[in-house]
Design a protein around this ligand. Sequence first.
Ligand code: UP5
Ligand code: MG
Length: 198
Amino acid sequence: VTMQKPEVVFILGGPGAGKGTLCRYIVEHYGYVHLSAGDLLREERAKPCSEYGELIETHIRNGTIVPVEITCSLIDRAMQTSENPHHRFLIDGFPRNQDNLDGWTKMMADKVILKGVIFCECSEEVCTQRCLKRGASGSGRSDDNEQSLVLRHQTYLKNTLPIIEMYEQQGLVYKVNSMKTPEEVFQDVAEFFPKIGW
Ligand code: UP5
Ligand code: MG
């Protein structure tokens, strides 16, 4: 029996653009498993035995990007331990910079089929208000504060947008206006999802 390669869709967009929320909607309707790179890093940080806890926390608070070896290993492990029989994954919040992309290309690109990149477009203002609101209602996220949000957005513009542009040149990007309600955003995504495949 030949093992079919897992299919991957990247979900990118600014901090608070609604990547995680959209992924939850997609998972409800299509046979995908949601892997948030940020969630995987926060889980790793929370392990008392992790040697990377402090490093991860520093990057998260400063809105900078964790070295790809760490993030990619967490994603790889999560994919391998997943019980999804369809082997389809939404990878949320990765790759965020050139280092991420290089690491992914080296470690993972041959092992998967990249089906597309969903780009959640959202203004800095809306992104920031969403995260501040979430912080105020007790998210417990150490980066849901004004200082971290400025830095997170700077990193997004400087490092992540160029990655999205590169994928756009390859014809892989599906854009959605994520400033609508979550239901509307999902409806828009459902229109082009058949092109990505499920
Ligand atoms: N909300 C969502 N959609 C809404 C809508 N349509 N209308 C109104 N409200 C909406 O949403 C954010 C908030 O907005 C929530 O309260 C939600 O209810 C509301 P969410 O769906 O969580 O948006 P998302 O884009 O996932 O926001 P998140 O804060 O998770 O984005 P980030 O990209 O900043 O966070 P992530 O967890 O991916 O990364 C955090 C940090 O980890 C990074 O800054 C970095 O330091 C590190 N990291 C790496 O180093 N490498 C990685 O590969 C990934 C992360
Ligand atoms: Mg998220």
